[in-house]
Design a protein around this ligand. Sequence first.
Ligand SMILES: [Fe+2]
Length: 407
Amino acid sequence: MATERLKIDLTYLGPESMLIYPLYTDTGEKILEARTALSIEIINNIIQKHGKIVYYSFADEMGNIPNHRIYSALNKSREIMDEIIKTDKISKGKYKESEDLIEVILNDLVSSETDTIKLLKDLNSYDDYTYNHSVNVLLLVSVFSNKLKKYSMEELKSLLLGAFLHDIGKMKLDKQLLNKKGKLNVTEFQKMKRHPQLGYEIIKSVASSDVIVQQCILFHHEKYNNKGYYGLPYENLPMFPKIISICDVFDALTSRRPYRNAASPANALKILLNSINNHFDYDLVDKFINILGPFVNNTKHFYGRHEICELNTQELAIIVGLGQKDILKPEIIVFCKYQKSRSKINVKFYDRPFRVNLEEDDKRIMINVLSNEYQVYSIKNRLLERSLLKMEAREPSSMDIEGKTIN
Ligand SMILES: [Fe+2]
């Protein structure tokens, strides 16, 4: 079986991370089983025996949904999109074929415990994005909704079909508009905003089409702050388009687009976290990150110790321990309070920073992990100036809050 190998420098792995795949030496000897929680002892032990460079290897399989099924979905996506471009509609036959394909994928999923997911990211042209995206959203929604263990098989079937077809309305828009480099102007954005309605009209003309599929196509661009395409009240919307929406955004962020580079999975998860109370609600983001995060990011946590996070209480904290039961609830040291007024941010540093385990604090919620390097650098400098941080000379990553100032 063909395998891909990734070189890993163990000194960059934090304790408490968990790798989805096994670790190997350069000669292929297995060093560590998949899904072993790492500790400093384990890492040091491997470094002592095998050196700090090891290999992380994963089989050329795309989870428990077989490759050939994923490529069937990709071909089906092409056939459907091409049909819509030529005829402005989707035939009863193609709709039925999509239903059959979804049913087989659902059977693959429920008959085995999925433990990995690999999305289609190799693009030969920008046009490939549209086809790949429909398959990727289908894959993400499949694993996510199945692991939620909340829905019947009938509901899952409709949801997965909705995921597969969510963007078909785009086939009625100009190619230049879809592949435009740079930001869309107001007129172009108005045109883009029509794709859910156009998709709904295409799918409604298929007599046998499902109401859940129709809702997924119509409402997948609504937002928690009611500033989505239609501006509908989020709390009244059904759950299925919301599930599609978060998977849609994750795949879009991690894909290379004509106007920007792809974000890494860890950064995309940070962006999703930062979208709480704007694009998505806390519960959905929390579930997405805890259920799908480890699958798409290869390790359990998308942040590390010493990163700086923002709390709902308008406080900043430094992460000192990774969330175990809930990834979004790490152990932190809260060091300042801030207030945003217009374009200014007023910061008040605490004289005595204090340690909080977010798993035991029902008042504080982590809503952002700062990813702007300049911002992080300047905050850490201010902590150093106030002697709230100590920095060990040769290891810039081993910054820590000074023990004496902690409650
Ligand atoms: Fe869309």
